[in-house]
Design a binder for this molecule. Structure first.
Ligand SMILES: [Fe+2]
Length: 325
């Protein structure tokens, strides 16, 4: 693609995506008008990996006392600097586990509220029928969603509710030290979204909406995500897939923020990393790299996707912006 065509496409994509995101998330409400310009700058200028790569991790920010601390939340000791180094080098960290009692708490919290995002669903569904009923088992609930023809359900978790166990995890010394260090800032926006993905035959259009095609995200000047599996995830029920190293550089034909076929990705890159794991598995991913969620072939997947972004952009009224010490 010649340079003029590339720049024109990038400019038009940035205009279209900024407009879409601004309206879809009602960004004016939770931010100010300048957020429009901020998002456009990100979609246009930060589409260039070279510019983004200038924001390097800062290992000095990591609290030396917390570097190897045994946690109340995590099952094993985590070396924080190693997590940031892995995230920086490969675009993802090793997988780890949360303690069982914490996992059940956050699963309960995630299922409890009925503030599902219905914009992407058929409009005739009542929000109340999307939430789990009192005394309804998880299996019965998922079967009910299946019968309603829902392939994916999402909702943001209200992080302004300080009593949440999820908040204890997100705002734990470990996670915040990793976030500050990787993003090289103490000003961080946080969003937590819960996903239920079902094994329903989906149309190509639905797969597109469900982020089940390879793509990359560009929501902040720098950001990363913490994924937590809330049920066992194997090859059949929709694991997360990431193309190592693509958070730093992408092949020419993947430099526009669009969707890519499996063939394209398999041709252009040597390997992909697939994240499997038992309930309670978590890992960090820099989703500026190319990734997708595989559509579940059997069963279902429950997952929390928590983003940490550099600077202030609130994508929902449930998000938090915090200036840490
Ligand atoms: Fe994504």
């Amino acid at each position: 693609m010649n340079t003029t065509i590339f720049f024109s496409k990038l400019f038009l994509d940035a205009c279209r995506d900024t407009y879409k995101v601004y309206n879809y998330f009602g960004l004016r409400k939770n931010n100010n008008f300048f957020v429009f310009i901020k998002i456009f700058m990100i979609k246009f200028f930060y589409a260039f990996g070279k510019l983004r790569n200038l924001i390097k991790p800062n290992f000095d920010i990591v609290d030396k006392n917390k570097e190897n601390s045994k946690s109340l939340i995590f099952n094993e000791e985590i070396n924080l600097i190693n997590q940031v180094k892995q995230l920086d080098y490969y675009g993802y960290s090793n997988t780890h586990f949360l303690k069982d009692e914490v996992v059940n708490d956050i699963l309960k919290e995630s299922l409890e509220f009925d503030n599902f995002d219905v914009k992407k669903l058929k409009t005739d569904l009542d929000k109340k029928d999307l939430a789990i009923y009192e005394n309804e088992s998880l299996d019965v609930y998922i079967k009910r969603l299946n019968s309603l023809g829902i392939s994916r359900l999402t909702k943001t978790i209200n992080l302004n509710n300080n009593n949440l166990t999820l908040n204890r995890i997100i705002f734990s010394d470990e996670i915040i030290n990793i976030a500050k260090s990787y993003l090289n800032t103490n000003k961080i926006s946080i969003n937590a979204t819960f996903f239920i993905s079902n094994s329903i035959e989906t149309s190509e259009k639905e797969k597109y909406k469900n982020a089940q095609y390879f793509h990359w995200d560009n929501d902040f000047t720098k950001f990363f995500k913490l994924y937590i599996y809330l049920n066992d995830v194997d090859l059949d029920n929709g694991p997360h897939i990431f193309v190592p190293g693509t958070h730093k550089s992408k092949k020419k034909e993947n430099r526009l923020c669009r969707l890519f076929s499996d063939e394209n990705i398999n041709q252009n890159y040597k390997e992909t990393k697939t994240f499997l794991g038992k309930k309670g598995t978590f890992f960090f991913v820099d989703s500026y790299g190319i990734h997708k969620g595989l559509a579940p072939k059997k069963n279902y997947r429950l997952m929390l996707n928590i983003h940490f972004g550099r600077g202030k952009i609130l994508y929902s009224s449930n998000d938090r912006f915090v200036e840490f010490n």
